[in-house]
Design a protein around this ligand. Structure first.
Ligand code: GDP
Ligand code: MG
Length: 439
């Protein structure tokens, strides 16, 4: 998105205020990004209009171009929208009854197991699992298998039972066993149908669950809106579990569902294992929907912590692929004065890896010292043209700075990666970068 915006905004360079023209131009790119993330087109339109209203007339912050300014606004609005409501579950009720609903294959059964584990682990709950999908024998087995894996009790449903009776009786059994969390894993269909909706309505009436969680596959495209709407109209959902976010889905469904139902995502499924479930973080999904990782945060930090003109100069150098070890060193020394190094470093693509490779105990400050030592041992020419650094030079640098050649390699590799990403981010020039890497 940044790259595209960079291109779209060439002609607006240096403009100080967001006006009709540059807002329209910027929002065209944002609209595309949202559609690419599979947000429903009606939702996109509403959202974009809302952002437009806010953006018009706003001043462009020093160091940002109009495109980046618009991304900043969009990101804020999106985060606000996704997280406008209280998240997580209200855990005051005992027993807490959770009813999982959604289309077939969306991840209801898996998520039932995941929630049982999550709430036991983090809140000391005693779960009871209830298979209420009697139409496929495999569905019952699946939940029973998960129950055994977790070592939690489950209702002995069979295919000849009535789902409403199962759920009613299960509450009695759960009480006998002293369980204070009951998870009803209901049936799904490939498409919404009335019979199923009636059955779910009857279960709801018989059990009065505190939460009806709509389980949605993050890959669900434009359909998310229709499906969520149907479930919400009939049952009144209380929250959403967004599954399969470990894939490459950008998560646009989260925005669509929130917009039509007013209900937020509460949990996110990030894998097939039972431990692969996380609380929902609106800011992360917002960035993901817009397709820009943590760079937004970096822009913001750069804004507030580094002198603004400085940041601009750096961005320009990076865009022109002129950023070298010399600049890097100068920059690092400046950053050192600012404190909170770790946070800043982590946001620079590639630097997180440097820290990981050094093990958990290595302080980022140590890493900074080491990096500084390595760069200091380079000749001026090497700093300006890192491509010169061959094996024998690496060995000399390693000796000079008292580190291993491998450490020098890691630094160079990460630096390459960082400048590549930064150049792409800043929507830099078309020529190849300093390292001869295509952008
Ligand atoms: P149900 O029909 O709604 O009960 O869906 P299931 O729980 O049976 O899940 C359908 C498939 O999606 C299974 O193969 C699950 O392993 C898989 N699945 C569920 N949640 C996730 C997730 O968060 N990530 C991934 N990668 N797979 C998931
Ligand atoms: Mg199932």
């Amino acid at each position: 998105l940044q790259e595209r915006l960079g291109n779209a905004f060439q002609k607006f360079k240096g403009q100080k205020r967001l006006d009709e023209d540059n807002v329209r131009e910027g929002l065209r790119e944002v609209r595309l990004a949202l559609l690419e993330a599979d947000v429903n087109f009606k939702v996109v339109k509403g959202f974009v209009d809302q952002v437009k209203e806010r953006a018009l007339g706003e001043e462009v912050m020093k160091g940002l171009n109009p495109g980046q300014q618009i991304v900043k606004i969009v990101n804020e609005e999106l985060t606000e929208l996704l997280g406008g409501e209280q998240q997580g579950l209200d855990l005051s009720a005992k027993p807490l009854k959770l009813m999982m609903v959604g289309l077939q294959g969306s991840g209801k059964t898996t998520s039932s197991g995941k929630l049982a584990l999550y709430l036991r682990k983090h809140h000391g709950r005693k779960p009871y699992l209830v298979p209420a999908d009697v139409y496929r024998p495999a569905a019952i087995d699946q939940l029973h298998t998960l129950a055994r894996q977790l070592d939690v009790p489950a209702y002995p449903s069979t295919t000849d039972m009535n789902p409403v009776d199962i759920c009613r009786d299960a509450m009695v059994k759960a009480a006998e066993l002293g369980c204070d969390l009951i998870l009803f894993d209901t049936a799904g269909r490939l498409h919404i149908d009335e019979t199923l909706m009636d059955e779910l309505g009857n279960i709801r009436q018989a059990c009065s669950p505190q939460e009806i969680l709509f389980v949605a596959d993050a890959m669900t495209g434009q359909d998310a809106v229709t499906v969520a709407e149907a479930f919400n109209d009939k049952l009144g959902i209380t929250g959403v579990v967004l599954t399969k976010m470990d894939g490459d889905a950008r998560g646009g469904a989260a925005l669509s569902i929130k917009t039509v139902t007013g209900r937020s995502v509460k949990f996110v499924g990030v894998g097939e294992k039972l431990s692969d479930m996380e609380l929902f973080h609106p800011d992360r999904i917002a960035s993901r929907i817009l397709g820009m990782g943590d760079m937004m945060t970096l822009i913001e930090k750069a804004q507030s912590e580094i002198d603004e003109d400085e940041a601009k100069a750096m961005a320009e150098k990076m865009a022109k692929a002129e950023f070298d070890f010399e600049d890097f060193l100068g920059h690092m020394r400046k950053l050192k004065k600012l404190g909170s190094m770790e946070g800043l470093l982590k946001m620079i693509p590639g630097m997180g890896n440097v820290m990981k490779q050094l093990g958990k105990d290595a302080l980022p400050e140590d890493e900074m010292r080491r990096t500084e030592a390595i760069i200091s041992s380079m000749t001026r020419q090497e700093r300006r043209q890192p491509a010169l650094i061959n094996q024998s030079r690496k060995e000399r640098i390693a000796r000079g700075s008292g580190v291993k050649v491998a450490d020098v390699n890691v630094l160079i590799k990460n630096f390459k990666q960082m400048s590549k990403v930064m150049q792409a981010m800043m929507g830099g020039g078309k020529k190849k970068g300093k390292f001869g890497l295509p952008k």
